[in-house]
Ligand binder design. Structure first.
Ligand SMILES: Nc1ncnc2c1ncn2[C@@H]1O[C@H](COP(=O)(O)OP(=O)(O)OP(=O)(O)O)[C@@H](O)[C@H]1O
Ligand SMILES: [Mg+2]
Length: 384
């Protein structure tokens, strides 16, 4: 997931202050993590470098929170006989190191300096993949359709990229049906041994579309959510973000043990609404709920789907009035194109392949451009 801009001068720690006094002399700002360790789920996770003594209360939870939400930091773990779950979490960081519980302040300082050097080098050469998650305000809002089109829009902008499309509607996801693809994701296998998941296994769980899209979708299984575990699903996402250039996630609408950690960690969350008052209100509420857990991350974006296709009708829909009613900005609109959407679904193809000039496809291309950091003027010109 995205690397943040960093000057490598903040050090967050859950260790004895004195051990790090030498680094403070180097000009590093030190932040104590005792408070964050009490409630890492809703705390900001500061620092470019993190040092944690595994014997401190809350160390494992904090380690996992950093591994998921801030994998770009350098992580130094201090402790003896570390359990496998701690070691596994350490693998996720851009750079990590372990010192024994008896390490001296000089050893800790040297390890921190070494990690800072490694991170600078990685930052110059490697961009971790972006991950966008999409969730519907109401059923049928168009999440699966837009997730598929967004994945294709990203791939079209970067033809050499491999884009992962993960359908986390584990019981009855539709993305494979929309693409006439295979459902190769083995949820039971994935969750029985999350530590076994690596890029090779994830390739076996993916169906490759000819256009460089890798779909991870599970066969229909009414009880899949009883089998799915938080560790398994988070590991799936983690490995996918490491191996694909970009990842788009089709999230279920209901809450599970793994939805909040994912929504907190991804680079962008898109909440999709249809053009009705109840849906817009639900979307506003959902955005606020999601933003409450995205501390320090970009706020969720509200996408109004199936907007009037005709320009004259669009102008007559008072977006500003709708925004005032739901106390929330509508960030993007995607125009309606039932004929193309229906034809594409019946052919098992993305709409972008069936009708490249569809207003829906053009709006999704603009959306992909803006989310990728282009100005709206640029993307509107490209899409015109
Ligand atoms: N912009 C659009 N214009 C026209 N039709 C659309 C548009 N977006 C989605 N659709 C159509 O709306 C229907 C529902 O879309 P989709 O299955 O993507 O919704 P969903 O939010 O994933 O639903 P669910 O809640 O069941 O997962 C589909 O028939 C799809 O083709
Ligand atoms: Mg869907």
């Amino acid at each position: 997931m995205g690397r943040s801009e960093s000057s490598f001068s903040w050090l967050a720690m859950l260790v004895d202050h004195g051990s790090l006094s030498l680094l403070a002399e180097d000009g590093w700002s030190l932040v104590n993590l005792t408070e964050a360790a009490r409630n890492p789920g809703s705390s900001e996770l500061p620092g470019d470098m993190v040092v944690i003594d595994y014997r401190q209360p809350g160390a494992q939870t904090l380690l996992e929170a950093y591994a998921l939400r801030r994998p770009e930091v350098g992580f130094l773990l201090i402790g003896d006989d570390l359990p496998a779950q701690a070691v596994r979490a350490l693998f996720r960081f851009a750079a990590s190191d372990v010192l024994s519980a008896g390490a001296t302040p000089e050893m800790i300082t040297a390890a921190c300096r070494g990690l800072a050097g490694q991170i600078r080098k990685t930052g110059e050469t490697k961009n971790s993949s972006m991950c966008w998650a999409m969730r519907g305000a109401v059923g049928g809002a168009g999440v699966t359709t837009l997730a598929i089109e967004l994945a294709f829009a990203v791939q079209q902008r970067h033809p050499t990229w491999q884009v992962g499309l993960i359908d986390l509607n584990l019981t009855d996801g539709m993305s494979a049906a929309f693409l006439d693809g295979q459902k190769k994701l083995d949820v039971a296998g994935l969750c029985a041994a999350p530590e076994r998941i690596d890029p090779t296994l994830l390739r076996a769980y993916s169906w490759e579309h000819e256009k460089g899209i890798y779909l991870m979708a599970a066969p229909r299984a009414p009880l899949a959510e009883d089998v799915a575990t938080r560790d398994g699903v988070l590991r799936l996402l983690d490995v996918a973000c490491g191996m694909f250039d970009h990842v788009v996630v089709d999230m279920p609408r209901h809450r599970t043990p793994w939805t909040d950690p994912i929504l907190a960690a991804v680079d962008e969350v898109l909440v999709v609404s249809e053009l009705t008052v109840p849906s817009l209100h639900a979307a506003g509420d959902l955005c606020r709920e999601i933003d409450a857990i995205r501390i320090g991350a970009a706020p969720s974006r509200l996408v109004l789907n199936r907007m009037f296709a005709k320009r004259s009708h669009r102008h007559s829909f008072p977006i500003d009035k709708a925004e005032r009613a739901i106390h929330r900005k509508i960030d993007f609109t995607v125009r309606s194109d039932w004929d193309s959407a229906r034809m594409a679904a019946n052919l098992g193809m993305p709409i972008a392949q069936v009708k490249a000039r569809s207003p829906l496809v053009r709006d999704v291309a603009s959306l992909a451009g803006v989310l990728s950091g282009e100005s709206e003027a640029d993307t509107e010109r490209d899409a015109a």
